[in-house]
Ligand binder design. Sequence first.
Ligand code: NDP
Length: 295
Amino acid sequence: MAAALIDGRAAAEALRARVGIAADFFRAASGRAAGLATVLVGEDPASSVYIRSKIKATHEANMHGVHHPLPADTREEQLLALVEQLNRDPSVDGILVQLPLPDQIDTARVIAAIDPDKDVDGFHVVNAGRLAVGDPDALVPCTPLGCLHLLKSHLGSLSGLEAVVIGRSNIVGKPMAALLLAESCTVTIAHSRTSDLPEVCRRADILVAAVGRAEMVRGDWIKPGACLIDVGINRVAGAEPGKTRIVGDVAFDEAREVAGAITPVPGGVGPMTIAMLLRNTLVAAHRRANLAVPE
Ligand code: NDP
């Protein structure tokens, strides 16, 4: 039987609707809208598309969004000065600096300058540390948080399951592993130096692929009935000459014959990332206003 499809679009829509309602309650309770400040340096086409959808989603969720576009030749000190200004601004609950940044800017310094309590991307070392020690005040990176939401919606309790995460980046792989560990999974993190990756994957009840290699995970790497979360976004040649299409890190058609459930690409993890950004902004706003964070 073919694997069940985990519908990230529907899950994200439901979450965004819930966040929108909670944002209205926040406005009534605090007398102001939850605020997200976005910063984009330069005009990278992919980053511009991402930022536009984030700003649109912010407004649709009844939050206050302020965008700060900066020219491509912005100096590091100028960006740091803007971050400082946003840190001090009481109407700003979340700060998102779109990555990647141009070469003249040290990304780590910019992330380190963001107030950890406004770090809605969850990239600051303070939030990475909070996540690692199980501090509930952690703001967690949006993509792994979205993956966890999909897993729990589909599987319920994850306790005792074998989880394998392929990829060890700070924005996806490592926080994903920390979240699964916190759910009492037995977690393995695989990466480019892992020996016999197919064999490691075959023991996974939960397999999260966050690699960036088109259709790398084959059908015979998968334990029958496993739950697959495909984070990868890879552009490959399409059926017609000159056309491209997006595929994940998992060979979808093969995997679907073996797995119990699978996220499609597109329409799986991707939509959850923006929904979780809104959720993180709402959480940050409630904490800053000393209000109980809604479920
Ligand atoms: P990175 O390039 O930072 O990390 C990739 C990881 O994959 C590394 O840890 C690397 O190992 C590992 N890797 C590379 N090649 C192999 C291999 N042959 N076998 C096993 N492991 C390998 O990527 P990100 O974590 O930022 O992103 C991963 C994917 O997820 C990308 O396709 C990206 O586009 C997508 N993505 C999707 C998002 C969404 O919203 N859906 C959001 C963020 C990312 P090593 O450390 O040893 O080099």
